[in-house]
Design a protein around this ligand. Structure first.
Ligand SMILES: CC(C)(C)c1nc(N2CCN(c3ncccn3)CC2)c2cc(C(N)=O)c(N)nc2n1
Length: 331
């Protein structure tokens, strides 16, 4: 191996990076691997060996650079370029019809198309890319200022270190822990006599708040990306087209979304997921409904803290019936 000259090594390194990122996208964002885990690991090992021989050829976006070594002493603060807004809530059918009426009042008698997305019960994150390379990732924080958790986010395989196009943009999404990973983690903690996490959301938040990226890397975290911010040079007309672009760029986008041209369709979608959600491999706590047209989103604008063009329908908390002093109350 040592007599491999630099040019050959460099060509092989670039080829391996392309292949590894391609298979990573197939596996983690499209859930359709073409090679076995062993073959994938072999590619990474070969790249690692070449980078060990030619350390000056290592770049931050190399697949071998996902898990940093040095634990941080603290997280830096990050001011979000565009604030990470809140979502208005809807708790029942009437709230949804009110939302629909308010939207139609403002956009007049135009056709309105709604996109319905599963509301992933995780931790909101913001990812910043420059010329297609992942440079910074942060928690939502209070919406204006979050914490720089780039080192931990780099360990999440579904977050691309390099996009399929050299775009400069910011995206928002949810980091979460799949239920099976949560149950496995709590089982290990129980065996070690450690405190258990209450739910997958808390374990995802706790994992991303670790100062040592090796711990985050061991936690099988995942992401769904759901919004584009700050995009130069690419023209998209609707939220649906934006989500298709995000998938094209290499992000993991939830495939359960549906569009409807009236609120009755939205309500039927929500009702279909009340039961089905137990079968999902991750927790959701509702459905997010968004006006699809960016033009209409523009017309609708924002209240002080949330968009007028979106609402979160929250599922009722699991009915916990407790009997107090003989009276039945549901909490
Ligand atoms: C971009 C907008 C504002 C429309 C938006 N905002 C969201 N959220 C805001 C409030 N968030 C929040 N988090 C903590 C405290 C207060 N608000 C948490 C994310 C969305 C969350 C999900 C999801 N969870 O699956 C989703 N599919 N789409 C979202 N879309």
């Amino acid at each position: 191996m040592n007599d491999m000259d630099r040019l050959t090594a460099e060509a092989r390194i670039l080829e391996l990076r392309e292949q590894i990122e391609h298979h990573n996208r197939l596996y983690h964002t499209e859930d359709r691997p073409e090679i076995t885990d062993q073959e994938y690991d072999q590619l990474v090992r070969e790249l690692q060996n070449l980078e060990d021989l030619f350390p000056d050829m290592v770049t931050p976006d190399s697949p071998t650079q996902r898990v940093g070594s040095a634990p941080l002493s603290a997280f830096e603060k990050v001011v979000h370029r565009t604030p990470m807004l809140s979502l208005g809530n809807a708790f029942g059918e009437e709230d949804l019809r009110d939302f629909d009426r308010r939207v139609r009042q403002i956009v007049g008698n135009q056709q309105v198309r709604y996109v319905c997305e599963l509301k992933i019960d995780g931790l909101a994150i913001s990812l910043h890319y420059e010329n297609g390379v992942f440079v910074k990732g942060a928690t939502r924080g209070d919406g204006q200022v979050g914490e720089d958790i780039t080192q931990n986010l780099r360990t999440i395989r579904s977050i691309p270190l390099r996009l399929t196009r050299p775009l400069t943009l910011e995206v928002r999404g949810e980091a979460f822990m799949p239920r099976t990973a949560f149950e496995k983690l709590n089982k290990e903690r129980e065996e070690r006599g450690e405190a258990l996490f209450a739910n997958p959301r808390n374990s995802a938040a706790g994992s991303l708040r670790q100062l040592d990226p090796k711990i985050a890397a061991s936690r099988q975290l995942d992401t769904f990306i759901y919004a584009i911010g700050d995009l130069q040079g690419v023209d998209v007309e609707s939220h649906s087209a934006g989500l298709d672009l995000l998938a094209e760029l290499g992000f993991k986008v939830n495939q359960e979304r549906r569009t409807y041209d009236d609120i009755d369709g939205v309500i039927s979608f929500i009702n279909s997921w009340v039961e089905k959600r137990a079968q999902l491999p991750y927790d959701i706590d509702g459905i997010v409904i968004k006006v699809d047209s960016y033009g209409q989103q523009e017309e609708l604008g924002f209240t002080a803290k949330s968009p007028r063009w979106a609402v979160a329908y929250k599922f009722p908390a699991e009915e916990a019936i407790t009997v107090l002093k003989g009276i039945e109350v549901s909490v």
